[in-house]
Design a protein around this ligand. Structure first.
Ligand code: F6P
Length: 425
């Protein structure tokens, strides 16, 4: 019988991230760390890249450094991984840590075997991140290539170098749910580890769950993996346009003087507040709002998503509400009877735009890392939908939610805090 002292402590866990670069691993790793810490657990991320930059401050960003056929460099990278593992081990055993999160690609079977061998003192849960959205992949690569380690390269060179790095990782990638056939990048007969979960990191969905013995904190971790995590989202509607003044719907109008004044008040309100990223629709009124908000703030990341374009009014686009009532009474009546489900011919209903707006929310949260100080600038119908995503409104009430142009919604949604407040600017 093993001596009591050598039994693994039931409240300690290694979480080992797995996934190709730009799959959202670090976002999830920090989301776990922050949420677990908020719940009173001691959790810390251990990132291989940080160890590499700490030990080798000279340039290791070039793609050849990741070439799996260069034995010398492979050995060096394995040493870095091992140092990171032992720092994580020390945290659990000597610093009263509860959860050590190992953030690295860990895509090859030999690397994972090494982790299992060296981290045998506590259970390991492997978490593989997947994300197949081309826009997000491009945005993640663009963000990586802005890191200081690429500063000596032009944007194109940095991008080419990072993509070559990804190809090297892809050549040794063995998915956790290998079928053992030897045709999926894993050695023939390979098996996944005892405990793993594969997540769609954009949609916060669990793709596969494989548990031979449930590790500590698993219920909590699984909930965190599937939850939106919004540390601070400001949901803003664009300022006044000529169309708003005339009660005209749709179109692509610009802001009026009053609308630009509203944007300046917004900018003044946010002057001393940190903004990490701003996501607009692709329409001019939201982009103009962002231009004014971000004057003199070049460090803020900006994205324009089609998913946040205003409800498509189809044949009624650019009509006033009065014109719709007089010229398209059928549409007017059907909106009155069931505004949520009534579709504009050739356009959308609230019901049919729900899916794309929700996709936009997921993309915005993903792009902003952990939605800390994220600003979304949208439209009346789109903002109703976004707000309802957090407020769980009844569908029939969504088209009547009040979305003013001189106030904004501040939203927090984490494991321990849910808040939606309407604030003036
Ligand atoms: O009036 C501004 C606007 O954003 C229009 O472009 C859009 O059709 C409308 O609001 C959506 O609100 P409702 O569904 O109440 O007409």
């Amino acid at each position: 019988m093993p001596h009591l002292q050598s039994l693994p402590s039931p409240n300690k866990l290694y979480v080992a991230m797995v996934g190709l670069p730009a799959m959202g691993k670090s976002v999830i790793a920090y989301k776990l760390q922050d949420n677990l810490s908020n719940l009173g657990l001691s959790a810390r991320v251990f990132n291989n890249g940080e160890v590499r930059r700490r030990l080798f401050p000279e340039n290791t960003s070039h793609a050849e450094f990741y070439d799996p056929n260069n034995a010398k460099l492979v050995a060096l990278r394995e040493d870095i991984a091992l140092i990171n593992m032992y720092e994580a081990k020390d945290f659990l055993n000597n610093e009263s840590g509860n959860v050590a999160i190992l953030d690295a690609t860990n895509v090859s079977a030999p690397r994972r075997h090494k982790m299992i061998a060296h981290l045998s003192d506590h259970p390991i849960l492997f978490v593989e991140c997947r994300n197949h959205d081309a826009d997000l992949y491009a945005a993640s690569v663009a963000r990586k290539t802005k890191l200081s380690e690429f500063a000596h390269l032009s944007t194109e060179e940095a991008q080419a170098s990072f993509e070559a790095r990804i190809r090297h990782y892809r050549s040794i990638y063995c998915p956790l749910d290998t079928d053992g056939s030897g045709t999926d990048g894993c050695p023939p007969g390979a098996k996944g580890p005892e405990n793993y979960v594969i997540v769609d990191s954009l949609n916060h969905r669990i793709i596969t769950e494989h548990l031979l013995n449930e590790p500590p904190y698993y219920g909590l971790l699984r909930d965190l993996l599937v939850s939106d995590w919004v540390k601070g989202l400001s949901l803003i509607r664009h300022g006044e346009t000529e169309f708003n003044r005339e009660h005209r719907i749709g179109g692509d109008p610009r802001l009026t003087d009053k609308g630009r004044q509203q944007a300046r008040l917004l900018a003044a309100h946010f002057r001393d507040r940190h903004i990490s990223s701003v996501v607009t629709s692709t329409l001019r009124r939201t982009r103009e709002m962002a231009d004014i908000l971000l004057e003199g703030r070049p460090e803020v990341e900006r994205y324009a998503l089609k998913e946040f374009d205003e409800i498509d009014a189809g044949v009624c686009d650019a009509m006033t509400y009065d014109e719709v009532r007089q010229l398209r009474p059928g549409i007017w009546e059907s909106r009155k009877a069931d505004k949520y489900n009534a579709s504009y011919p050739g356009g959308e209903s609230y019901a049919s735009m729900k899916e794309r707006v929700e996709r936009g929310v997921k993309k915005a949260l993903y792009l902003s890392g952990n939605a800390e100080n994220l600003v979304i600038i949208g439209h009346q119908a789109v903002n109703r939908m976004i707000l309802s995503h957090f407020l769980l409104r009844r569908e029939e009430d969504v088209p009547y939610v009040y979305i003013p142009q001189d106030r904004y919604f501040h939203i927090v949604s984490t494991q321990s805090r849910k808040l939606v407040e309407l604030l003036p600017f």
